[in-house]
Ligand binder design. Structure first.
Ligand code: 5GP
Ligand code: ZN
Length: 138
C-alpha cells in the first residue's frame, strides 16, 4: 500500500521513534509546529476514525495519555493540544489515522485552536442532539 505512515511502521522510511508496542507507534513530526510535536499512530492501517477499530483507537489514546505526561516532564509546556483530523475538509493530509501532541506556550503564534465562538440556535442544537443520540450504537 502506498501509505507513508505504513512505510514508517514497516521501517521503509526512517522516523525518530519514541514509543512502540504491538498496536501503536509514536514518532516525532518532521515539520514540528512546536518543540516536542509527536504523532501517535495505529500500526494497522486505518485512514480515519470511521475505519479504525475501537480497540486500536483506545490503544492510540492510551499511548497519547502516557506520552503527554512525558512531554510535560520534558518541556514543561504551558498547554498541550491533542489533535486528530479526519478528512480533507478537516485538514487531514496523511490518510493514516494519527493523533498529534502539540506542546503550547502562550504567544507561540499557533492558531490551531482559535475558533470564532458565536451562540447557536438552541432548537437546531437540540434537534441534532436527538438525531445523533438515536444513531449511537450500543
Ligand atoms: P495531518 O494529516 O493531521 O494534517 O498531519 C500530518 C502530519 O504528518 C504533519 O504534521 C506532517 O508534518 C507529518 N508528516 C508528514 N510526512 C511525514 C514523515 O514522513 N515523517 C514524519 N515524521 N512526519 C510526517
Ligand atoms: Zn497506512
Amino acid at each position: 500500500m502506498d501509505c507513508i505512515f505504513c512505510k514508517i511502521v514497516a521501517g521503509e522510511i526512517p522516523s525518530v521513534k519514541i514509543y512502540e508496542d504491538d498496536r501503536v507507534l509514536a514518532f516525532m513530526d518532521i515539520n514540528p509546529l512546536n518543540d516536542g510535536h509527536i504523532l501517535i499512530i495505529p500500526k494497522a492501517h486505518a485512514a480515519t476514525i470511521h475505519e479504525i477499530s475501537e480497540a486500536d483507537f483506545l490503544a492510540v489514546m492510551s499511548v497519547t495519555h502516557k506520552l503527554a505526561a512525558a512531554v510535560q516532564k520534558t518541556l514543561a509546556p504551558e498547554g498541550i493540544n491533542i489533535l486528530q483530523l479526519n478528512g480533507e475538509a478537516a485538514n487531514q493530509v496523511v490518510p493514516h489515522l494519527h493523533v498529534h501532541i502539540v506542546p503550547r506556550w502562550s504567544g507561540d503564534g499557533l492558531t490551531v485552536s482559535q475558533w470564532n465562538l458565536a451562540p447557536g440556535d438552541m432548537e437546531k442544537i437540540k434537534e441534532l442532539a436527538d438525531q445523533i443520540k438515536s444513531e449511537i450504537a450500543n
